[in-house]
Design a protein around this ligand. Structure first.
Ligand code: UDP
Length: 290
């Protein structure tokens, strides 16, 4: 059973599942309650790209707060196990690197990213309070930047922006000087980590799911230009507010407790993503916030 309000997704993303006899799609917004029998819930709801979550920041906070209350309430009623998607953003602009799960973070409460960062922090608080009060069988994953085939071409995040710009020989837009770092996780690795965490028999603390290989945004731009053979030039635009300077997961807990680590490194993952974008018919997509 798949719930989505299509704010940042498309029907084509689930087209191959639609004919499956055990797949059911329900158009639903988790800020409204939902009732159904189920055994496991993956609460992944929330726009994750800054341009999308900042489009209506109050709604973004509602998705995290109300959506998580509704999904935790459902898990409580039907005694389902629930995996709550949290994020590396709960570390904010981190003062330590790499970020391990016991780091409490460095988050601005009133900035343009706060609706997402603070919203996701509350999802963690809610999960652990539902565990303490109602013994709900929770799992919490802190997902780092994820990319790969299936991405919306107008997702607005760095990987899809750079690849589309490179494929069209347009300027590659680096925000700031490009020295800020991110650790990019390939989608298959992220999904594998989430499933392993869900299937882990007992509740453990939050778990980082990410690739510890860290790249500057400039290195990413150069790799995309090289892999696409693009004529694009790099241009430098202003850095958005509160943009974290570095991000790199410590994944020791995931290795030990889930026997998980990423298998696909950036060069290979980018190549697969470039091939996916090359084959995509962009006329079928519109900008989600337009
Ligand atoms: N970024 C960039 N050019 C773009 C989009 C993003 O230089 O066209 C930068 C952005 O400022 C940030 C990093 O790339 O430093 C990752 O941004 P993204 O929006 O992908 O996700 P974030 O990790 O910031 O949530």
């Amino acid at each position: 059973m798949c719930l989505d309000n299509y704010f940042t997704s498309t029907r084509s993303g689930i087209a191959d599942l639609m004919g499956h006899p055990r797949f059911e799609f329900i158009r639903h917004d988790v800020t409204e309650p939902f009732f159904a029998e189920c055994d496991m819930i993956y609460n992944m709801a929330c726009p994750a790209s800054p341009v999308h979550y900042q489009w209506n920041p109050i709604k973004t906070t509602k998705v995290s707060v109300l959506g998580t209350i509704h999904m935790m309430g459902l898990a409580k009623r039907v005694k389902a196990r629930i995996l709550q998607a949290s994020t590396s953003e709960i570390y904010g602009d981190p003062e330590v690197t790499p970020q391990s799960e016991d780091y409490w973070g460095h988050v601005n409460t009133i900035g343009v990213r706060s609706c997402y960062d603070e919203g996701k922090r509350v999802t963690e608080t809610l999960a652990f309070d539902y565990l303490r009060m109602n013994n709900v069988d929770i799992r919490v994953a802190r997902i780092f930047n994820t990319y790969g085939p299936g991405m919306h071409p107008y997702d607005g995040r760095v990987v899809s922006n750079f690849i589309l710009q490179a494929l069209h020989n347009e300027d590659i837009t680096i925000y700031g000087d490009g020295s800020q770092t991110r650790s990019f996780g390939f989608v298959d690795d992220t999904v594998d980590g989430l499933i392993r965490l869900m299937n882990q028999e007992k509740t453990i603390g939050p778990i980082n799911i990410g690739n510890p290989n860290e790249f500057t945004v400039k290195e990413l731009a150069e790799m995309v230009i090289e892999l696409t053979g693009s004529q694009s030039k790099i241009v430098y635009l202003p850095l958005p507010g509160d943009d974290p300077k570095q991000r790199r997961p410590n994944i020791q807990r995931a290795k030990e407790l889930l026997d998980w680590e990423p298998k696909v490194q950036l060069r290979e993952g980018l190549q697969k993503t470039i091939d996916y974008f090359k084959a995509l018919d962009l006329r079928k997509y519109s900008k989600p916030t337009s």
